[in-house]
Each structure stands twice: as C-alpha cells, then as structure tokens.
Design a protein around this ligand. Structure first.
Ligand code: PHB
Length: 484
C-alpha cells in the first residue's frame, strides 16, 4: 500500500517551560514506530528521533515495562496494550460505538465497504472500517491517515465554511452535499462520502461508501448508493442526538506503576492519556487528577505537553483528545489477526514447555468435522509429523476439536485431552475467548505420548490463553480482528 502521509508538521513553537521532556520523547518514539508500521531497530529509532542511544534505551525499557512495546533483540515492536491509547480517543469520540453498527448495516445493505473518518489537521483519519468485496490492493484500517485533498471524506470536510472538527465548535454549512473520490487515492478505487452532523449542526465525521471501478464508475456511484447512504446518515444523526454516554464503563487497566529505573514521568504522563474514554470524554484537570491518582500539578504538566504536541486541546476547563492520538500505534496494531496477536505468547509457551503449541479454528460450518491449524510454534526437535499452519485435522480426534465443538454450549469445555492426531501423539487444549466471551479458537500443546503432565500443561495453557485474550480484548474493542 502507498506510504500514508505524515500529519502536516508546521514549524514547532518552542515547548512550554513546564513541558515534560521524557513524555514528549516517549511520544516521539511511539510516533516513529507507528510511521514505520510497528517495528524499528533500536539503532534506527535512535537515528530518526535524534536522541542519544542511552535515552532511547531507557524510554523503550519504560514503554516495554508498560506493555506498550516488545523488545526482541535489536528491534522494538509496538504491542497490543498500546491500543488502549487509541481506545481512549475512540471511546471518548463516541462515533465508533454509536455509528459503527449503522455503518456495518449500510455495508451489508450495499455489499460495499463503508468507513467513518474524522479530520486530523489537513488530513483525515479512519475511526471505523467495514471491509466488503474489496478487490483492491489496499485496505485502510482504523487509525490510517489519508490526505484531506485527495479523499472523499477530506473533500467533505473541506467544503469551505463547512469545515469543522470532532469537537464541533466551528460554523456549519447550509446543506450536506456528497463528495466523490474518483481514484484519487488508488487506481480503481472510487468512493462517495457524506457528512454526519451532531446535534449542534457541526460535522462530526464523514461516512464513505467505497467501491471499485469494476463495479461502479465514479459518475454512477452516487446514484447507486446515495439513497441508502443518506438514510444511514439520518439514522446516524438521530443516534448522535440521543446519545447518553456511559458514566462509568471504567477506564481500561491503566499502565502498571513504573519500577525504579523506569522513566516515571513518561509512565505517569501516558496514564493521563488513557484516563480519557467514553466515561470521561472531556474531563477537567481535577477529574483527570482524580482518575489517575496524580497530583494536579503533575497531571497539568502532562496536559501542557500533550497540548503543545497537538494530542489534546482544551476548551474552557474541559480537555479533549484529538485524532492525532491515533498516530500512537493504532494503524499498525489494528492491521492484525488473532494468530499474529498470539505469536509471541505461543513462542514463550513453547519455549517454557519445550513442546509444540498451536492455535486452531473450526473448519467449515460451526460444529463442523474439521479443525484447521492457524498458528504453531514448535522447538525444532519436537514433532516429526507436520502440523503446520493450514493443516486440517478431524475435530473428533483432537483436543482442539473437542474444545471447539463445545463452543456452542453454554459453558464450553474448559479443557480437553485427546490422543492423536497421529499415532503416538497426544494433546491438551483449552478454549480462547473473544471480547464477548465466545470461544474463538483453541490453544493446544501436542507432544509425544509419555511426555508432559495433563494438569501442569492445562494450567500453562490457561495462563497463556489469558494473556492472549487480554491482548485480543484491547485490540478488538473498536476494530474487527480476524480469528485466522
Ligand atoms: C476507505 O474507506 O478506504 C476510503 C474512503 C474514502 C476514500 C478512499 C478510501 O476517498
């Protein structure tokens, strides 16, 4: 896919005297990792940030301690818990929670992709994506940035006095005309967008229907989709008018307290960001200090730093996150699948047990007769049989199959043991659950018979399943994560 544009950078005014330098540096590291699609060598990170190597090491150690990145040898890689930062913005915005289901319905009705986007400076950011029929080389994900001048949502926001932002304080235009993207973003890609207005009349987001020239020429796309699209916009505006934000969905788990040696002001500052959410969309300083347990002066300095860098703006006493927050990891972390989320955890478990561990999903109909392996990590010496990714196995002969077969049942099997899938092998499996508690996959250890012990292995599997489930929960809060 084409390199996304960087947010327009104007010559930075000098930071306020009270800005928290380690926090600003930590944000810079996260932004560079995001622009590099999630991974950079520490040496490269040192080069692009212009910081001393020892500073980069300390910042990365702190971010790793918070779970926000993983250090593998010489590389730093963004990790799923960082999605909590994007979720703070997306939760406070309300748009994904309120309008996402209506966008999903529109996509089903038209059998086309649908997205929701908000302005971010001169550019636009996707805050919801439903992918359908996309015979395209690219597909944008939540958090991706597109140029305002060259995309249908950008053209909607640019309609002169129509321009506004998600905080909704700018003047609004008289009528809502659609905008068309005739292959501005990508050859073959055509899109039509309409603005969605909040109760004050300000544009809150743009909803786009995205198709391909093989299905619709750009001139014909509006006629083909504007009926259902306009109806969806009316339903969205009604939903916004009747919104009653939750008062206490509770923040996500905040960052763990920083140990000695970690950069405490960076850890505390990030805690200020993740205190925002649906329950606290526009907190005051006093509310943020209370939510984070930080002294007011500390929270205030973090807010000054964020404001200076464009991640927060304030309006009277209320602070709000800006879409730029999505530049802190969201797009690379939302371009993922359950096997990819699980991979580092499978590697750790395989290393600890010295055995082959894997994930599988039902193959075919629910309750089907096969399971398909979606991920496997094995020490070299282990299996002579090939149970690699893509292998189909009879469900009845595998522990994974038994766990998955029980998934329709109320409780599901907590654990299963089976002989096979090959003579001389046995396996133990536990279920892996998604956000809503539904079983989405099975996690197994498979070994030569005579090795291992059922209870110990089941405990180890359950502990690993809990780690994978936590990563899946934070990643899939506002993003669809494919299970295979
Ligand atoms: C998209 O959702 O992928 C999309 C939307 C509008 C555009 C281009 C792409 O103009």
């Amino acid at each position: 896919m084409p390199a996304p544009p960087s947010p327009s950078v104007s010559p930075a005014p000098a930071p306020p005297a009270e800005a928290v330098v380690p926090l600003a540096r930590g944000l810079d590291v996260l932004r560079h990792l995001t622009d590099a699609d999630g991974t950079l060598a520490l040496a490269e990170l040192t080069r692009v940030t212009g910081l001393a190597r020892s500073t980069v090491d300390r910042i990365c150690a702190t971010l790793a301690h918070l779970g926000y990145l993983r250090l593998d040898g010489r590389d730093a890689t963004l990790a799923p818990p960082l999605m909590g930062v994007a979720n703070a913005f997306l939760g406070a915005l309300r748009v994904p929670a309120l309008l996402g289901p209506l966008a999903d319905r529109l996509a089903g009705e038209l059998d086309e992709s649908v997205s929701l986007a908000v302005p971010d400076g001169d550019d636009i950011r996707f805050v919801h994506q439903v992918l359908r029929r996309r015979a395209l080389s690219i597909s944008f994900r939540v958090g991706d940035l597109l140029p305002g001048a060259g995309s249908a949502p950008g053209l909607v926001f640019r309609r002169g006095a129509d321009h506004t932002d998600h905080t909704g304080h700018t003047a609004h235009a008289a009528h809502a005309a659609h905008a068309v993207d005739d292959q501005l973003v990508e050859p073959g890609l055509v899109a039509v967008a309409l603005p969605v207005r909040g109760p004050s009349g300000a544009v809150v987001c743009a909803v786009s229907v995205v198709s391909h020239t093989s299905r619709h020429r750009a001139e014909r796309l509006p006629a083909a989709v504007l009926g259902p699209l306009s109806a969806a916009v009316r339903a969205m505006e009604t939903a916004l008018a009747h919104d009653t934000p939750p008062t206490a969905d509770g923040p996500g788990p905040g960052p763990a307290p920083a140990p000695g040696g970690a950069v405490r002001s960076l850890a505390r500052g990030l805690g200020v960001l993740t205190a925002f959410g649906a329950h606290l969309p526009a907190p005051t300083l006093a509310q943020l200090a209370e939510a984070t347990g930080l002294p007011r002066a500390t929270a205030r300095r973090a807010l000054l730093t964020y404001e200076h860098l464009g991640y927060v703006r304030h309006d009277g006493h209320a602070y709000r996150l800006t879409p730029r927050v999505l530049g802190l990891g969201c797009a690379p972390l939302s371009r993922t699948t359950l096997p990819r989320i699980a991979a580092p955890h499978l590697a750790a478990l395989s290393g600890a047990l010295g055995e082959s561990v894997g994930l599988s999903v039902p193959d075919g109909e629910p309750g089907g007769e096969y399971v398909r392996v979606t991920a496997r990590v094995a020490p070299r010496r282990v299996l002579s049989v090939d149970l690699g990714v893509g292998t189909r196995l009879p469900a009845a002969a595998t522990a994974a199959g038994q766990v998955l077969a029980a998934r329709a049942g109320a409780a599901g099997a907590a654990e299963a043991v089976a002989d096979g899938p090959e003579d001389g092998l046995w396996s133990v499996a536990v279920p892996l659950r998604g956000r809503d508690g539904e079983v989405v996959s099975a996690l197994d250890v498979t070994a030569h018979r005579g090795r291992g012990e059922r209870t110990a292995w089941a405990d180890a599997l359950r502990a690993t399943a809990a780690l994978i489930e936590a990563d899946l929960r934070v990643t899939s809060r506002f993003v669809t994560v494919p299970h295979h």
